[in-house]
Design a protein around this ligand. Structure first.
Ligand code: GAF
Length: 370
C-alpha cells in the first residue's frame, strides 16, 4: 500500500505564460489531495471521499477506456497511459480525499493527478523519478482528460517547498526555490475565493492558447517567450490583428514581471511585489481579457483597503484573487471585500491567508517523504 499527498497551488505571478515556454512563480498550498493505492483482486477500482460510489473498470488503454465521471478520469488517466506505455498494471484500488477547493483556480486537479501518480509510482516500483512523474502527470491532464493546460500546476504540486516560491522556466522545466516569507515584512497573502461560476472557462482557455500559438507562428518564433520586452513594439507592429496583439503584450510583459518579482524577492524587498501584482492584474483584465466582474471587484476592494498589490491567480474566468496585505489590515481588507460583494449583489466570497507549503510527499508508514 502506498499513500501520498500532493498540494494545490497559488500562482504568485506569471499567468498564461507556461504554455508560451515562459516563466511562472507559484507556491504549494497547505491543502492537498491524498491518494492511497493498494492491491485488489479484480479490475481497477477508484473512489473519492468527495463523490459517492466506487468506479470500477477493466484494465485498458486510452483508446478503449470505459466512460467514467470526470473526477475518475483524473485518477484512472495514469493507469490508462501506463497501460499504453506497456506497463503491466495489476488489479488496484485507489482512494482519493482532497481538501483543495474545486473550481477555485487552486489546482485541485493537479493535486489529484500528482498524488495518484506519486502513489502509483511508489506502489508499483516504476522508478519514474521526478521528471517522469511530472511528465506522466502532465499527460494525464493533457492526453487523458483532454485539458490543454501548460504544466505549471503539476510542477508546483510536485516540487513546491515550504517557505519558498518556485521560479520555473517552462521551456526546459527547470525550477529554483526562492524564499518567500511575507510575514517577516509584516505582510500576508490574503486569498479571496470569489466563488464566481466559471463562464466558458475551458473554451476561452483553449482559445487563448491557440491565439498565442498563432501569434508566435506569425512572428516566426518558436513561442512567445522568444519575444523580449525590447522586441515588443516591433512585434506588435508586425501583427495586424488587435486580439493577437493584446495576447502578445500580456505574455511578454507578464514574463518580464515574473523576472522582476524574482529579483525583488531575492533582494528581500517583498513589499515591492505589490505594483507587479497589480500590473499583472491590469494586463489580464485589459489585454488578455480573462477576468470577470467578481474578480475585478475583489481586486479593487483590496486596493481600497490598503493592499500593496492584488491580482487574480490561475487560469481565469472566475476563481481566486490574491492580495499582498499588511497584517494589521487583514480584517479591514476582508470586510472591504465582503462589503463590495454585497453592494454589487454577488454571493459572499470565502477568504483565507496562504503561505508556501511543502510539495508532494509520502504518507506511507515508515517513509520520510519523497
Ligand atoms: C491553469 C493551467 F492549468 C496552467 O497550466 C496555467 O496555464 C494557468 O491556468 C494560467 O497561468 O491553471
Amino acid at each position: 500500500m502506498s499513500r501520498w499527498i500532493a498540494p494545490g497551488r497559488i500562482n504568485l505571478i506569471g499567468e498564461h505564460t507556461d504554455y508560451n515556454d515562459g516563466f511562472v512563480l507559484p507556491f504549494a498550498l497547505d491543502a492537498g489531495c491524498t491518494a492511497t493505492v493498494a492491491d485488489a483482486s479484480d479490475g481497477w477500482a477508484v473512489s473519492s471521499a468527495q463523490a459517492s460510489g466506487d468506479v470500477v473498470v477493466r484494465p485498458s488503454g486510452l483508446a478503449d477506456r470505459e466512460a467514467v465521471p470526470d473526477w475518475a478520469a483524473y485518477v484512472l488517466g495514469a493507469l490508462w497511459l501506463l497501460h499504453d506505455d506497456g506497463v503491466d498494471v495489476p488489479a488496484l484500488r485507489i482512494e482519493v480525499d482532497s481538501d483543495v477547493p474545486t473550481g477555485a483556480g487552486l489546482s485541485s486537479s493537479a493535486a489529484l493527478v500528482c498524488s495518484v501518480v506519486c502513489a502509483l509510482d511508489d506502489h508499483l516500483g516504476l522508478d519514474l523519478g521526478p521528471d517522469g512523474r511530472l511528465a506522466l502527470s502532465r499527460r494525464v491532464e493533457n492526453d487523458a482528460v483532454g485539458a490543454p493546460t501548460g504544466g505549471m500546476d503539476q510542477l508546483a504540486s510536485l516540487r513546491g517547498e515550504a517557505g519558498h516560491v518556485l521560479f520555473c522556466d517552462m521551456r526546459d522545466l527547470t525550477s529554483q526555490s526562492v524564499p518567500f516569507d511575507p510575514a517577516s515584512s509584516g505582510l500576508a497573502v490574503l486569498v479571496v475565493d470569489t466563488r464566481a461560476p466559471h463562464r466558458h472557462a475551458d473554451g476561452e482557455y483553449a482559445a487563448r492558447r491557440a491565439g498565442c500559438e498563432e501569434a508566435a507562428r506569425r512572428l516566426g518564433v518558436p513561442a512567445l517567450r522568444d519575444v523580449t520586452e525590447a522586441d515588443l513594439d516591433g512585434a506588435l507592429a508586425e501583427l495586424n490583428d488587435d486580439e493577437l496583439r493584446r495576447y502578445v503584450r500580456h505574455v511578454v510583459t507578464e514574463d518580464a514581471r515574473v523576472l522582476a518579482a524574482v529579483e525583488v524577492l531575492r533582494e528581500g524587498r517583498v513589499e515591492d511585489l505589490g505594483p507587479l501584482l497589480s500590473a499583472s492584474h491590469v494586463s489580464m483584465r485589459d489585454d488578455f481579457r480573462i477576468t470577470v466582474p467578481e474578480v475585478d471587484t475583489a481586486v479593487d476592494a483590496l486596493h481600497e483597503s490598503g493592499a500593496l498589490g492584488a491580482r487574480m491567480t490561475g487560469g481565469g474566468f472566475g476563481g481566486c484573487v490574491i492580495g499582498l496585505v499588511p497584517e494589521e489590515l487583514l480584517d479591514v481588507a476582508g470586510d472591504g471585500v465582503r462589503r463590495a460583494f454585497a453592494e454589487a449583489g454577488f454571493g459572499q466570497p470565502s477568504l483565507f491567508t496562504a503561505a508556501p507549503a511543502a510539495g508532494a510527499r509520502s504518507l506511507s508508514p515508515g517513509t520520510r517523504g519523497s
